[in-house]
Design a protein around this ligand. Structure first.
Ligand code: GEK
Length: 251
């Protein structure tokens, strides 16, 4: 079925199912087409974290503020935030630098029956100007930002966040302890196998992501968030080597 404007068809992820040359992973049209299936079968906890983003947004959103979803992809977290925003005078802004992702995101936003407008911006989040924020989400996006840019980005978000506002940061993490690293990596691969991915798919995807998705330890994330200007850092979810963190700016 070809995608219609009203119904962007989502396909099963078979992108790494046959032998292909190792190239860095890119968020292009072929990834956008299979993305909902890919992320659900690859990221432990994703299907729990997204609905919880609605709950957290509802808790921390402030009237007359801006809410940002950075690296919004097809808008799953954007829609969760939208449904958590109870104030009609808020602005919800989704940002992604993949035109292929945003094209599909626009369709999903249009299909969602909710009165709060969503502004979508096709830009690199390292260039995004933030202001008057109450809730910002980086749901598995910071891991794709070059290491040297991460502190500056978080500092700009923290500076633009109102007292009492939050950043929801979900990431794949690494571990200092090699035995813990091995155990968590093994369990993540078992999760992918249980979701139907073959050894070849797991290994080819891993090679494609090696230079693109750079995980860091929880200690590094915690220290960077505190240095950026957030006052409390709470891990609210972990499944294997995937976490979601709430960084709060004290009121
Ligand atoms: C979800 N949050 O479904 N600027 C803007 N966007 C970027 C950049 C950048 N520099 N780098 C990567 N992206 C979503 C899932 S996916 C996570 C987020 C994953 C975008 C990229 O185009 C992709 O859409 C998204 O970040 C990461 O809740 O695929 O594991």
């Amino acid at each position: 079925m070809s995608p219609s404007p009203k119904n962007p068809a989502s396909e099963t992820d078979t992108l790494f199912a046959s032998v292909r040359p190792t190239e860095d992973f890119r968020f292009d049209a072929s990834v956008a087409r299979v993305f909902p299936d890919m992320i659900r079968r690859s990221v432990p906890g994703y299907t729990t974290i997204v609905p919880m983003i609605e709950v957290i947004t509802e808790q921390y959103v402030q009237p007359g503020s801006h809410c940002y979803d950075l690296g919004c992809s097809l808008g799953a977290s954007t829609l969760a935030m939208r449904h958590g925003i109870r104030h009609r005078d808020c602005e919800l802004i989704g940002v992604d630098n993949s035109a292929a992702m945003l094209e599909r995101c626009e369709h999903y936003i249009a299909l969602d029956d909710h009165p709060l407008p969503v502004t979508l911006r096709c830009e690199d989040i390292s260039q995004t100007a933030f202001e008057n924020a109450s809730v910002t989400t980086l749901n598995f996006t910071l891991q794709f930002i070059p290491l040297a840019q991460r502190s500056g980005l978080l500092a700009r978000i923290a500076a633009a966040t109102r007292p009492g506002g939050v950043l929801i940061l979900s990431e794949k993490i690494s571990f200092e302890d090699t035995s813990e690293q091995d155990t968590q990596t093994h369990l993540h691969h078992e999760f992918k196998r249980a979701n139907g991915y073959s050894e070849m798919e797991i290994s080819q995807k891993r090679s494609a992501l090696e230079q693109v998705l750079i995980p860091e330890t929880l200690a590094v994330h915690r220290e960077r968030l505190l240095n950026a200007g957030f006052t409390d850092v709470v891990v609210w979810y972990q499944c294997f080597n995937f976490v979601s963190i709430l960084a709060i700016k004290a009121s």
